[in-house]
Design a protein around this ligand. Structure first.
Ligand code: HPA
Length: 270
């Protein structure tokens, strides 16, 4: 895909510069079909020159709308490296948001839980990540104006993390906080991998987010992330993992996830 023409097309279609872009993972997709979203402007990925979406349950559009009185962009659907998309496509939305003048991105995803103190259905603020995808989306010639060697020491914005906890408190929820390890997928991990990841300090494991966060930081965007812990990671429980159980747990947490995100957006201070 041609990033500069995608950026130009999105600029032409965007009715405003959103304060925040929200990447809606499994469990939050309904926000893109909410009344607020219906009253907004939807830009299908196809109109920007993105490939057709392949994973069931993922839409494929960016909706510009007002949510809780704030101007946002809701991204329904994302591109995963395991689908065979190049990293340039996986991370293109971050480049587009930066080009539009967006200042912050909230990433949401479904993840497996490694920390025995966390449970299925818990929401976890991402405090930091481990990149175990085997690659880096910044591989190749640097895309200016971002630096060749971008700093990742506070990739997940401390103020936004605090605001997520404050939002949770305001709606009567408890949020876990921890380290997310991004893997390539699409196979789930082996129990041996999960034991190793646990020793490295990972609390949650998933197949998205890390490449997008690296590019978002390269673009100077402020980043926050929340994982919905949809299953205990491989080998923690005696049963095998299935995509269906992940989707089910995502659905069961959707109401709480949405309440948290709405409050976060309402009270957002950038
Ligand atoms: N592993 C990797 N990705 C995931 C998982 C998991 O256990 N759950 C949801 N996404």
């Amino acid at each position: 895909m041609d990033l500069s023409s995608a950026a130009e097309r999105l600029r032409a279609k965007a009715p405003f510069v959103p304060e925040l872009a929200l990447v809606l993972g499994s469990g939050l997709g309904a926000l893109a079909d909410s009344d607020e979203a219906k009253a907004g402007t939807a830009v299908p990925f196809a109109d920007l020159g993105f490939p057709a979406q392949t994973v069931a349950g993922h839409g494929g559009k960016i909706v510009f709308c007002e949510l809780e009185g704030r101007r946002v962009a809701l991204q329904a659907g994302r591109f995963h490296f395991y689908e065979g998309h190049p990293m340039a496509v996986v991370t293109a939305p971050m480049r587009l948001y930066a080009d539009l003048g967006v200042k912050a991105v909230l990433h949401t995803n479904a993840a497996g839980a490694l920390n025995p103190a966390h449970g299925v259905g818990d929401l976890m603020v991402i405090a930091d990540h481990l990149n175990f995808t085997g690659t880096n989306p910044l591989l190749g010639a640097n895309v200016p104006p971002g630096p060749r060697f971008p700093d990742m020491s506070s990739a997940y914005d401390p103020s936004l993390r605090a605001q997520l906890h404050a939002a949770a408190k305001a709606v009567g929820q408890t949020l876990q906080e921890g380290t997310y390890i991004g893997v390539l997928g699409p196979s789930y991990e082996t129990p041996a991998e999960i034991r190793a990841f646990r020793q490295w300090g990972a609390d949650a494991v998933g197949m998205s987010t890390v490449p997008e966060v690296i590019v978002a930081r390269h673009e100077g965007l402020r980043v926050a992330g929340v994982s919905c812990l949809c299953n205990m990671a491989a080998g923690i429980l005696p049963e095998p993992l299935t995509h269906e159980e992940v989707l089910e747990a995502g659905k069961a947490s959707a109401g709480r996830f949405e309440a948290l995100v709405r409050r976060f957006v309402r009270d957002l201070a950038l």
